[in-house]
Design a protein around this ligand. Structure first.
Ligand code: CS2
Ligand code: MG
Length: 453
């Protein structure tokens, strides 16, 4: 694994400014004393001058936020992508949030967070919390650039050499899923999420080989411009999944960490049964076993099994996590940093969780952009109670439009030691890939009634 310097700027040493760093003014100032004067002046007069919202579709839709400041070249980039509701977030940012920010000091990250959370009066919700996160990430990016430090340094500094990552493996049958897990292991992964198509059901969440699968969801070139439909039945699902993990443990042994995502499809009683039936196969965690509306049902799962539970990618009000943490109903906090309101609030949740031995597993899918992945990894590196990080590899076209982001090697993720979050957006290139309407799929039971996807 790559080892990195703990701190890029030692005391008495001039800040190193690369061409694209936004601390050039500090470098130009010459000796340390002048640097200090310029920095102090810059800090006391810094203002937000513009908030640009960039909606782009390099392979799938992303919403980027660029916060510009009165210091030429100093800006921050955040991610505010909400799969399937991109334009609602973009409008919130442009029409409601941007006017409140012009002229404000971008260094007041906490105060701006509190204003944007409380000022609308209407609390939380995925659209508002994602918009707020986009701004929050951009402000942390600016703060890092001003300090000449990567964001994890501002969060307390490195507590680990790297961040344990997991990827997805999927197949139409047990053998195909086993092969996919093996491929991930050969690539260096020590933890893999395993999903399989359920016999008799058309399309199953998490299986990439069907048109309506999770891998293609939101990927516009493969999707109709109205929601596609999958079929779900709990019976066959509950019979198949324990057999999948029995197969995987038998073929792959005990060492690889295995995970599974239920994607909020079960009732508490069904989920309790699944968690119990999976216990012999020692999952790293079982993800989102019930929908958020049924989160009280996590108590039933706890009574029935010791399978670790991760929950939260569709919970968007930070306060909803408090009972889950303080009653120890979950083992892994699994909201997306970018859908819960950003680093400012995610680190508070992580701190609360630390006191209850609950760890983090921030949501890291392909449908949030590199600044969101980078923010998660910066936080993972700094907190004590990090658990695991979901990792995706972006296609080249997305990496060209939104450069930078975490690195992966030997099963672990890391970030470059550049100031801020270490990501950017090429606005000109982004314009070449305009937004295209896309939806997440819908699920129905065999009798036609609507179910959670
Ligand atoms: C999934 C997501 O990564 C995961 O765990 O649950 O891929 C989810 O389906 C998407 O983020 C929905 O947009
Ligand atoms: Mg999930």
């Amino acid at each position: 694994m790559k080892t990195q310097k703990a701190n890029p700027i030692r005391r008495g040493q001039k800040p190193r400014a690369r061409k694209k760093d936004n601390v050039l003014v500090m470098q130009a100032a010459g000796d340390d004393k002048k640097i200090q004067t310029v920095t102090t002046r810059l800090r006391s007069s810094l203002k937000i001058t513009d908030v640009r919202v960039i909606v782009t579709c390099p392979d799938r839709n992303y919403v980027l936020v660029k916060v510009l400041t009165s210091e030429p070249g100093l800006y921050g980039v955040g991610d505010a992508t909400l799969n399937g509701r991109e334009l609602a977030v973009a409008a919130t940012l442009e029409k409601h949030i941007a006017p409140m920010l012009i002229g404000r000091d971008p260094q007041q990250v906490e105060d701006i967070w509190q204003c944007l959370y409380r000022a609308p009066y209407w609390r939380a919700g995925p659209v508002q919390m994602t918009a707020l996160a986009g701004i929050d990430l951009a402000l942390w990016d600016i703060k890092g650039k001003l300090a000449g430090m990567p964001v994890y340094q501002l969060l307390g500094g490195r507590t680990r050499r790297g961040v344990l990552a997991y990827t997805h493996a999927t197949g139409n049958n047990f053998d195909e899923t086993e092969d996919a897990v093996r491929r991930a292991m050969e690539y260096g992964f020590k933890a893999v999420r395993a999903q399989v198509a359920i016999p008799g059901l058309e399309g199953t969440y998490g299986t990439s080989l069907r048109k309506t699968s999770e891998e293609t969801a939101g990927r516009v070139d493969q999707q109709a411009d109205l929601p596609t439909t999958e079929v779900f039945e709990p019976g066959p699902y509950l019979r198949t999944i324990p057999k999948l993990f029995e197969h995987l443990r038998l073929k792959l042994g005990d060492e690889v960490e295995l995970l599974h995502d239920v994607h909020q499809k079960l009732s508490p009683l069904e989920a309790a049964r699944l968690a119990h039936d999976l216990e012999p196969y020692r999952l790293f965690f079982l993800e989102d076993p019930v929908p958020p509306e049924a989160k009280d049902g996590l108590r039933l799962i706890r009574q029935r099994s010791a399978t670790p539970i991760a929950m939260g990618e569709i919970i968007h009000s930070p306060l909803d996590f408090v009972p889950l943490i303080t009653e120890r109903l979950i083992d892994y906090l699994r909201c997306a940093v970018t859908h819960i309101g950003g680093l400012t609030v995610a680190r508070k949740l992580a701190s609360l969780a630390e006191f209850y031995q609950v760890k983090t597993a921030w949501h890291g899918p392909a449908d949030v952009a590199p600044p969101a992945h980078a923010a998660s990894v910066h936080l993972d590196l700094a907190i004590q109670n990090f658990g695991i990080q979901e990792l995706v590899f972006f296609p080249d076209v997305a990496r060209e439009v939104i450069p930078g982001g975490p690195l992966f090697q030997g099963g672990y993720m890391d970030v470059e030691d550049s100031p801020g979050l270490g990501t950017d957006v090429d606005e000109e290139l982004a314009r070449k890939y305009p937004y295209r309407r896309s939806y997440l799929p819908l699920a129905r039971r065999k009798d036609g009634s609507v179910h959670d996807w």
